[in-house]
Ligand binder design. Structure first.
Ligand SMILES: Nc1ncnc2c1ncn2[C@@H]1O[C@H](COP(=O)(O)OP(=O)(O)O)[C@@H](O)[C@H]1O
Ligand SMILES: N[C@@H](CCC(=O)OP(=O)(O)O)C(=O)O
Length: 371
């Protein structure tokens, strides 16, 4: 197979899963961590911007505490993560230091992506770290993240980080060398080398949860690849334990499974589409769906047939076509209670109905990210 050609390769996000960082005993796989750090340090020395998203806090904590089964309750997981995150960072700090590099710990939760101010703040911090030649070592802030604010898996976290910093490539390194056509180990299961579109068939390949310590298996890796593809970056799933895998992938060697990106969304639309919390639904008629999809228009009150959820102006909502499919997400100019009153009406009627008119559009096209 020919070598892959990347249009730009300046900034890379490498995510390593728990299964690759810890042994079955629960202890850290130091050899693996050393091999990863060595390659990342070398790429950093070549002038690439390198960000590491690392799992393994819960796994490492379990090892230290002598817990055999992955904890079920949230507080137990959090306690294990509190212990394990320290161990992990210590290890990275120590090994990167051997190569003369400095790391900085970044712990994120869903809220850091859902709130635009925090999103911009996180982006500034990461950009500043890169400009100061610091290697960001990123994980979810497991010790404070309860269910409601949890991303839950580091595949999605890594994709969101990659989109956040405008990376060129996202590598998801795991205990398996790529996405297989069937459950690995099944007769006839073979690796899929390239994916250009994530359709139902591709999604069906993700056979539930992954290894004993990992979270999400292939399902979350495919979700992550979807985010990355829509954000204009290449995703590769490959095996962490392959010798020199990161450097080989950067060199274009056709290992693992590559997901090629679709059109690049501008930053704000990307944030609307993938990071913002969806606070409600707006249902629209066929005419409005066509105007949005085919003509790139803003959403006006006249095309709206229903509203669900309670949201404020400035929140992100999903826009649903008559066939029940979500066709866009956007930031609303009016609260749900106001939209209830003006839906189906002409723009010229807004003032009469509400007593004021701040905007003509319910969602301006600049704040609308189409599917
Ligand atoms: N179609 C598939 N192709 C490859 N791996 C799959 C597939 N379906 C399920 N898996 C499982 O996903 C696992 C990797 O996911 P996970 O354990 O969450 O890894 P990580 O800890 O690296 O995130 C593999 O070990 C494999 O058992
Ligand atoms: N934040 C968790 C990782 C959760 C996770 O996604 O794990 P994995 O599927 O192994 O990447 C931890 O550090 O244990």
């Amino acid at each position: 197979m020919e070598n892959r050609k990347f249009s730009r390769l300046q900034r890379i996000v490498v995510k390593v899963g728990s299964s690759s960082l810890t042994y079955k005993t629960g202890k850290l796989n130091i050899g693996q961590i050393e091999a990863l750090v060595r390659q990342l340090s070398d790429l950093h020395n070549q002038g690439l911007d390198v960000l590491l998203v690392t799992s393994g806090a819960v796994g490492a904590g379990m090892g230290k505490l002598g817990i055999k089964q992955r904890p079920r309750t949230m507080p137990e997981k959090q306690a294990a993560a509190a212990v394990g995150q320290g161990l992990l960072l210590h290890m990275y700090e120590k090994i990167f230091a051997e190569y003369g590099l400095v790391v900085g710990q970044v712990l994120l939760t869903r809220e850091d992506f859902a709130d635009r101010k925090r999103f911009l703040n996180a982006r500034n911090t990461l950009h500043t770290m890169l400009s100061m030649q610091i290697i960001p070592v990123i994980n979810e802030n497991d010790t404070v993240a309860v269910d409601e604010i949890k991303l839950g898996d580091n595949d999605n976290l890594a994709a969101m980080v990659a989109a956040l910093v405008d990376a060129d490539i996202l590598m998801l390194l795991s205990d398996i060398d790529g996405l297989y056509s069937d459950k690995p180990g099944q007769p006839g299961a073979r690796i899929i080398h390239e994916i250009h579109e994530i359709n139902n068939e591709v999604e069906a390949l993700a056979g539930g949860v992954g290894s004993a310590v990992g979270t999400g298996g292939m399902a979350t890796k495919i979700q992550a690849a979807r985010i990355a593809m829509h954000s204009g970056l290449v995703t590769i799933i490959a095996r962490a334990a392959e010798p020199n895998i990161i450097r080989r992938l950067v060199a274009g060697e056709p290992a693992g499974t590559v997901f090629w990106p679709s059109i690049k969304l501008v930053n704000k639309k990307r944030w609307i589409a993938f990071s913002a919390t969806v606070c409600g639904q707006i249902y629209i008629d066929e005419g409005a769906a066509r105007a949005l999809r085919e003509k790139g228009k803003s959403l006006l009150p006249s095309g709206i047939t229903g509203v669900e959820g309670s949201f404020e102006m400035g929140n992100t909502v999903s826009v649903i076509a008559p066939d029940g499919k979500e066709i866009a997400r956007g930031i609303v100019n009016y609260a749900s209670a106001e939209i209830q009153q003006i839906m189906g009406k002409q723009t010229s009627e807004i003032t009469r109905v509400l007593g004021y008119k701040d905007y003509d559009e319910i969602i301006h096209r600049d704040n609308l990210a189409l599917e």
